[in-house]
Design a protein around this ligand. Structure first.
Ligand code: 4HQ
Length: 272
């Protein structure tokens, strides 16, 4: 899979995407990450890429021509490339979007600076607008890195063979269970005995129950959407009937709890 990042700050991408797992994926030829400096596509002597907004107002707007020319330059190499603009106005990025994008062969990631891009960039060149969350960044570059990271790890061969992306919590809508490694005892806090038992079915049961407890406590919204197996529903009922309230205290959470009970019953025997 190939990523072309259109940015005024290509230097930002040199290290973060070349370390560790993504670095190996590049070495193996599984992903290709290229930066394109938008300034190189400004035709005037001073290579101006921004200008004051029509109608007045604060800040600067990125000019349409240098962006148009850089997108067209990438498109001339591959007309089927999918063009994304990172902006708080886009669809909020999540695992499902990452999965959809991972089936594309080539993405352009346009990173805006200042007050953003001239509206005609959107109108004429952008296939999809994506936000990485409801907060304001100084530019789209960190958003592009988040997207590349989340998409790349879904590609075959990028993660080690011992760990597949489908095992990840967000694929079954549950948060991860607690993990431990040595030492057994750290300052009086020890590892749950079941993990040392060697009883694999007991370990698996404990992990599923802990994942459910944690999701109920921290992200009940995820549970309401989850497709739980009959065994998981049974575990969830055990948790709900125990004295441990999993941190669900306020009225909002009570509402969600009711909804979880309802959805999980409505789904019927197979949880579908
Ligand atoms: N920005 N998700 C403003 C973001 C952002 C986000 C990128 C700041 C675009 C013009 N990008 N520039 N949130 O805050 O993707």
């Amino acid at each position: 899979m190939r990523f072309d990042i259109l940015t005024l700050f290509p230097g930002m991408f040199s290290s973060p995407l070349r370390e560790s797992i993504l670095g190996k994926a590049i070495e193996k030829g599984l992903i290709q990450i290229q930066t394109v400096n938008i300034r190189d596509f400004a035709l005037d002597k001073h290579q101006v890429v921004d200008d004051t907004p029509y109608g007045g107002g604060q800040g600067m707007v990125m000019k349409v021509e240098p962006i148009a020319r850089s997108i067209e330059w990438v498109k001339s190499q591959d007309p089927s490339v999918w063009t994304i603009y990172l902006t708080p106005q886009g669809k909020q990025f999540n695992q499902e979007i990452a999965l959809t994008l991972s089936s594309k062969s080539h993405l352009i990631l346009l990173c805006g600076r200042y007050e953003g891009v001239d509206e005609r960039v959107r109108e004429l060149f952008i296939d999809e607008e994506i936000s990485i969350g409801d907060y304001v960044l100084t530019g789209g570059e960190l958003g592009a890195m988040v997207l590349i990271d989340a998409v790349s790890r879904l590609l075959p061969g990028v993660l080690g063979s011992d760990r597949s992306a489908e095992e990840d919590s967000f694929f079954n809508s549950l948060l991860e269970y607690p993990q431990y490694t040595r030492p057994f005892d750290f300052r009086g806090s020890s590892v749950p005995e079941v993990l040392l038992s060697g009883n694999h079915s007991a370990i698996s049961l404990w992990r599923r129950k802990e994942a459910l407890k944690r999701t109920l406590a921290r992200r009940p919204d995820l549970l309401a959407k989850a497709n739980l197996s009959n065994e998981e529903k049974k575990l969830l009922e055990e948790i709900l009937h125990s004295n441990d309230d999993c941190g669900l205290r306020n009225a909002d959470d009570e509402q969600i709890l009711k909804k979880i009970r309802r959805t999980q019953t409505d789904k019927g025997e197979d949880g579908v």
